[in-house]
Design a binder for this molecule. Structure first.
Ligand code: HEC
Length: 314
């Protein structure tokens, strides 16, 4: 009888008859989720807006690893630090151009740290208008260090491949975004010069992007593999005297053919072949007995090696 008195909060049978009542019960939840959705939308407005912009530089900032750029060997002339370290209209103008191409994507056209890729980066690119919280600092010499070494742990890469004078131009330009920049003392500049030997000039060795280097090496080794396979066929099948002698002198077919193909260019005379083979016969894939070949046998073998190489060098 106690149970009869108990009236459930929701009368399901009643609700089933008049489903509209359900709205009354769920009204609060409905409202709450609506507000939550609204807030979520507002919070993400920035990202949503940014997503409408076609992806520029970066698709995924965590995957952003800058490869070294293609660079031919060159001599970098000595830098006069007392001149380069001081701002001039000329250097600022040059820096403005360089900035557009190299820095604006992250730091923003106007140096606010709001470039097109900025929203995807953590930590965020520096806003050059503020002098607070710089990691290396905003003196000329400090920014030089940043450009030389990059800032570890983020997407501020090293720009050491830019010629020193270009880096000074960039520095003078980005320092124009803020007044009250700290001044470099002559000693600061001298120390920078000493640290990076700027007044000595540099011999920069050429470099190619790692990705490209890998692609080239892979292509070369593939060509080699194909070449060796083709040479093998001839090596096995040819019945001329030279081929027979070569086969008899061979311990490891692949090694022999690799040795010959690798030295293709230097095998211009019989003497060269003898040198290449007898320098280290076992390592080159030959039997030790190769050194017992007669002059005639060598010359027969050389004849065959030439046809083998000629066929392959086409
Ligand atoms: C891929 C994005 C990206 C590009 C391109 C880029 N930067 Fe940065 N830069 C950053 C980020 C991110 C930081 C903040 C790093 C940190 O605080 O750890 C930063 C920080 C800096 C700082 C402040 C260092 C400090 O002391 O705190 C300087 C100066 C700077 N960048 C200069 C440049 C210049 C000049 C260029 C162009 C040559 C450039 N950056 C290009 C992302 C970039």
């Amino acid at each position: 009888m106690e149970q009869d008195k108990f009236k459930p909060e929701i009368d399901w049978r009643d609700l089933f008859k008049k489903p509209i009542k359900l709205f009354g019960y769920s009204y609060f939840y409905f409202l709450a989720s609506l507000i939550a959705l609204g807030l979520l939308y507002i919070w993400n407005l920035n990202t949503i807006g940014k997503n409408a912009v076609p992806p520029a530089l970066l698709k995924d900032s965590t995957a952003f690893i800058q490869d070294i750029p293609l660079q031919s060997p060159r001599l970098i002339p000595p830098v006069n630090i007392m001149r380069a370290g001081v701002s001039s209209t000329e250097s600022v103008n040059k820096g403005r151009e360089l900035y557009k191409n190299n820095c604006a994507a992250c730091h923003g056209e106007n140096g606010m740290g709001d470039g097109i890729s900025a929203s995807m980066l953590n930590p965020k690119p520096r806003n050059f208008h503020s002098l607070e919280g710089w990691k290396n600092g905003s003196k000329v010499v400090q920014i030089y260090k940043t450009l030389q070494e990059g800032i570890p742990g983020g997407s501020m890469a090293s720009y050491s491949y830019l010629p020193p004078l270009d880096r000074f131009s960039l520095i003078h330009f980005i320092r124009t975004f803020s007044n009250n920049q700290p001044k470099d003392s002559p000693d600061d500049l001298k120390q920078l010069d000493a640290a990076y030997e700027l007044s000595k000039g540099m011999n920069v060795t050429g470099q190619i992007p790692i990705k490209k280097a890998i692609a080239i090496t892979m292509k070369e080794s593939k060509v080699q593999a194909v070449e060796i396979e083709q040479a093998k066929k001839m090596f096995k099948e040819s019945s001329i005297e030279g081929a027979i002698i070569l086969r008899r002198a061979t311990n490891d077919e692949t090694k022999v053919l690799t040795t010959l193909l690798q030295n293709k260019k230097s095998l211009a005379s019989l003497n060269e072949l003898i040198k290449v083979v007898t320098a280290d016969p076992l390592h080159a894939g030959f039997r030790a007995s190769v050194s017992n070949l007669s002059a005639n046998e060598w010359s027969e073998m050389y004849g065959f090696v030439l046809t083998l190489m000629k066929k392959e060098s086409r």
